[in-house]
Design a protein around this ligand. Structure first.
Ligand code: SF4
Length: 218
């Protein structure tokens, strides 16, 4: 089993991809090519950083020590590194079993449930919740933590049910978004609605800033 994952980014705390404060790991590499994907920078399998499962588990341990409520894995396409994901979630599970509170694992995948082969299914065995499905730019949604209306948020454990059941049909007036700075560039974390990106564009223009390059345009 692989003991590493190709990673695009990690960040803690993230509070726009699942409940509470979360360590989020964005894997590198995705061949699904959804039109309108806002993370085109994660598509190439040549980018990113090869990161050992031990180092990722250490990051998770540190996040738990700082009060994390859960772990989110997104991408890129996590299930295109199914063995590495399995190894990472197994290591992260060991850490959470030593914690004094309950910590959930949320995994995003562009695959639908019926597309999972055995390794991909196994890689999700420790996930409490999975968001399944390609991003469909022509199929917008206001549902929290989902990018398009076809994507299904599926609790898979008792903890997942307990923590996420109320969010399955939850459509907040404004979707949660987080802006961080990555190097010299603003970085949007979350599943922004179309109008949120338009508004951001407008607000930046309003203060004399022009977006010249984004991760959601070719
Ligand atoms: S939305 Fe997700 S699954 Fe689709 S191309 Fe982008 S990274 Fe891949």
């Amino acid at each position: 089993m692989s003991a590493w994952l190709w990673i695009s980014q990690t960040h803690y705390p993230v509070h726009a991809l699942g409940p509470g404060n979360r360590l989020t790991v964005w894997v590198q590499g995705c061949t699904l090519s959804c039109k309108g994907c806002m993370s085109r920078d994660t598509w190439s399998a040549d980018g990113g950083v090869e990161t050992s499962v031990e180092d990722l588990a250490e990051l998770w341990r540190s996040a738990v020590g700082q009060g994390a409520d859960g772990l989110t894995v997104s991408g890129g396409e996590p299930l295109q590194q199914a063995d590495g994901l399995s190894a990472f979630l197994a290591a992260a599970d060991e850490v959470r079993r030593g914690a004094a509170r309950e910590l959930d694992f949320l995994v995003y995948t562009g695959y639908d449930e019926d597309e999972l082969d055995e390794p991909r299914r196994a890689a999700l065995s420790l996930a409490d919740v999975v968001v399944f499905g390609r991003f469909e730019v022509a199929n917008p949604t206001e549902l929290v933590w989902r990018g398009s209306a076809n994507q299904r948020m599926v609790p898979r454990t008792e903890l997942g049910e307990l923590r996420y059941a109320d969010f399955i049909d939850y459509a907040p007036e404004q979707g949660p978004l987080q802006i961080e700075v990555r190097g010299n560039d603003p970085w949007i974390i979350g599943t922004p609605r179309k109008e949120a990106l338009r508004n951001l564009d407008r607000s930046l223009k309003g203060v004399g800033l022009r977006i010249t390059d984004t991760t959601w345009r070719p």
